[in-house]
Design a binder for this molecule. Sequence first.
Ligand SMILES: NC(=O)C1=CN([C@@H]2O[C@H](COP(=O)(O)OP(=O)(O)OC[C@H]3O[C@@H](n4cnc5c(N)ncnc54)[C@H](O)[C@@H]3O)[C@@H](O)[C@H]2O)C=CC1
Ligand SMILES: O=C(O)/C=C/C=C(\O)C(=O)O
Length: 491
Amino acid sequence: MHQHKEITVRDLPNFINGEYVTTGDTFDILYPVTGEVTARAHRAGKTEVDAAVAAARAALSGPWGKMSTVDRSKMVKAIAAGVEKRFDDFLEAEVLDTGKPYSVASHVDIPRGGANFAAFADVLRENPTETFRLDTPDGLGALNYGVRRPRGVIGIISPWNLPLLLMTFKAGPALACGNTVVVKPSEVTPSTATLMGEVMNDVGVPPGVFNVVHGFGDTGELLTTHPDVDGITFTGETLTGSIILKAIAPTLKATSMEMGGKNPGIVFEDADLDLTIRELGRACFLNTGQVCLGTERVYVHESIFDEVRDRLKDYAENTLKYGYPDEEETNFGPVVSDEHRDKVLSYYKIAAEEGATIVTGGGAPKFEDERDGGSWVEPTIWTGLPHDSRTATEEIFGPCTTLIPFSDEDEVIKLANDTRYGLAATFFTTDASRVHRVAPQLEAGIVWVNSWFLRDLRTAFGGMKQSGIGREGGVHGLEFYTEVSNVCLKI
Ligand SMILES: NC(=O)C1=CN([C@@H]2O[C@H](COP(=O)(O)OP(=O)(O)OC[C@H]3O[C@@H](n4cnc5c(N)ncnc54)[C@H](O)[C@@H]3O)[C@@H](O)[C@H]2O)C=CC1
Ligand SMILES: O=C(O)/C=C/C=C(\O)C(=O)O
């Protein structure tokens, strides 16, 4: 019998200019496993957002702004080490906010908390700017060279699905490039961003370089409309992204937007099915389906359709294990909130109304213990739905997928691309020619072949169409996190 852990309710203040700031106006953070209150976050209003932005602005001309690239790189690496040193604290905080199993958070989320600083620490030193020699009529010429400077104060607006991972994927390169940041984490998962303030202070990051303000969309809006913020980087839903872009327009800030997806998976007739089911199982169900890169529609060649359906059903029913986060075998947790559970379950209803055949799942589990107060849904697979059904076209962001048969390569490429999104695509084949033929035709910022969510932080990350604007990752983030001035020197 699992012993339910006693939860001590924590206080989550804002982090402004190196200090923790309470406002007394708090909102509850709930444990999705049981629905218990685990923390109270202090909502930031205009006063706190103004103070955070002012601190971030001031820090740009303080010791941080004067630091050499080499020293800043050392400090960013120290932040990475600081996160690693507090691994267990971050793990605990992330699990309490999200309910995800330790097995997931300790392999996916928390390691990236450090890696996202380490990977970008040297990004400026390792990537030269362009140089061009220009001919001039006097024959002496001129030398053009680019000089990079930090963009300034960056507002980071992050979601709840991979809270530490997605926030640090922005804070890492932002700080490495010499910016200062004001983070607005999701109101559902504010703990790890708050904890990051302690790491910054422990490492000696100057006050004002890293700030955190808590709250809902209105707090985010104070940041996006703030005249003294130079850039906004956002991860979240496409609709929120478009609202943010409108709000930003009057102050004309730079933006980097990573938004939703309805990512296709394709299983060709020559796929290695052991590997396919392993990776596809992750693509459909990892993090209870709450990954923007996840695969919510899978096109399967008609000759192997029944076999893939049966094997994926077996994965959902036997490889996935519901449980308390700290149980070793647990690899499937609740979704993040009741609100999100209700959204996912509304699609389970829509799928039934659209005439889906439910291969497995389709509802919410019953535990007959305190987990019935939590936000649980079943892993779900559908067949029998048309490609243009709501279930197969709208982002659900849950542990669910629609299997659709196809008969030839050209047809499936068209089906995969027939979406307003373009974040990721994943396909399975053992034919090398097909890899090179199909991959460039898929309208997706990220294409995985015989794998899924295999991340190399040196690579471009972002979406096409309504999935994103711009690319982050590796050298690509420099477009957003720095401004380039061209110096033209007449010789
Ligand atoms: N990576 C992705 O693609 C993600 C997609 N989603 C999708 O979005 C749905 C809603 O989840 P949410 O966390 O509510 O996502 P969201 O896109 O509404 O929120 C993401 C962040 O934006 C902030 N925000 C919301 N409105 C804002 C505004 N007007 N101005 C500035 N900031 C604002 C939120 O407080 C949060 O920090 C989910 O059901 C899921 O389908 C959610 C999380 C991540
Ligand atoms: O690996 C990353 O940098 C990001 C992964 C996942 C998302 O962006 C998401 O789920 O929003």
